[in-house]
Write a protein that binds this ligand. Sequence first.
Ligand code: HEM
Length: 483
Amino acid sequence: MTPTPTAPPVLSDGRDLVNKALVKWHFVMAVCFMLTSMIGGFLISLQFLDLYPFEGIPWLAYGRVRLLHTNEIAYGFLVNAFLGAIYYAIPRMTGRAVLSDKLGWFILWVWQFTVVATSVGQLLGYTQALEWGETPTGFKPGTFELEYIPVDFLIEIGAVLVAIQFLTSIFRSINQRLYVSLWYFSAAFIWLILTYVMGNNLPEWVLPGSSGAATVGLFIHDLVGLFVTPLGWGLMYFFVPIILRKPVWSHALSTIGFWALAFFYPLNGVHHFLLSSIPMSVQYGAVISTIAVEIVVTTVVVNFFMTMRGSGNALRTNLPIRWFYTGMIFYFTTCLQCAFQTTLTVQEIIHFTDWVPGHAHLVMLGVFAMWLMGIITWMWPRLTGREWYSRALNSWHYWLTSLGVIIMFIDLTAGGLVHGYMFKAMSPWMDIVESLKPFWGVRTFAGGMIVTGQLLWAWNLYKTAHGTTPYDASVDIVKTEGN
Ligand code: HEM
């Protein structure tokens, strides 16, 4: 089954197939958290230049605001935007509404509460001392003595509710052939529960030492590889054919991509802790499976670029498609980079340097955030029923973000190499710091471009929602061979 833009909008019980208000509110919250997170990222980048305006204020110390940046972008922006897009995509593909609108509103507001409780907790110092699992447990470390809101527990319940909400529609349509996006979504919901529970609980209470570290590695990678990645690709398999008005090039390749992801990705986690005290056999296994993931990635990217054959004009005329395909090029780049950086030879140089945040921004911002920006850009006039306040501002958003990401990536990668080689040559630490300052200056400049792009976009979204000109969807129809 290939998704169709003309699925019936109203159900026999009178409910709308898609609850547009839920979609809209998830997007509004996503954009709000994206702004606060990015402003946080921009501010802490100033500390590298000795320009941080909140120096000496404990709750605004670098370590705490850094967590606000990373956690709000992950849970506030990415999760909200994913949920909004899925509230649209799943009913459209299954022809069935989600389980309950009331449950949808409950999840929406409880989720915003957990994101805010996470940030407040982290600024106050109730962070869980686990990389990427910093959301507060609420308990004193290693005990069951409650000292703050048990955010981890709320997120775990939230993940179960999200799975129930969406899997119900998917199971109710199980007698149809399931389109690949639904495979990706179903797996992502289950993997999220397993990954989150494992990563936030086992290292803290059950597995001490290097076993705990190996589990954290698995958690970090699975959160990206088994939650963000399948949702991202699932949405691409849904939105690209709808906008280009043609099926994906190969359904067989899309299924191979799905199963290969499921097989290889979970083995990758330990590549975050290479050259550590984790047994070398496990580290070698992680290196080999990381390189193998590159094959999976190639099948998926080839499938999408072959789908684009004959429709290349859309890259110029259709902004969402441009966002999607720019993200795919960054995806291929970041995965190729991964295949090299996972080798022990490269790790020896780049580990603990700015190369790593360079890589992290290319994949999280350059790929998944860009896809979601493309999706929100496509849906916003359809959700609000209003024509864009300014299409030129949308273009500025795209160019400032894309160029900002490219500059930030090249800059941090180069800075990481300078750092790594100077470290290997045993240069004095302050010489390394002085050599990196220009790179940190460029990072702040690129970050400024990106933040400006987002502020323009947020303004455009706001003005569009309050505009008066009705939206005419025919303006955005992509002209391809055969239509
Ligand atoms: C959607 C947009 C963004 C996403 C998804 C994102 C994601 C991330 C992630 C995942 C990290 C952790 C990297 C690691 O631990 O290796 C990080 C760190 C960081 N980000 Fe962002 N970021 C975004 C935008 C920005 C912007 C606009 C700036 C502005 C300069 C920025 C500045 C920083 C800084 C300074 C760090 C800490 C680096 C360090 O501690 O060495 N980020 N970000």
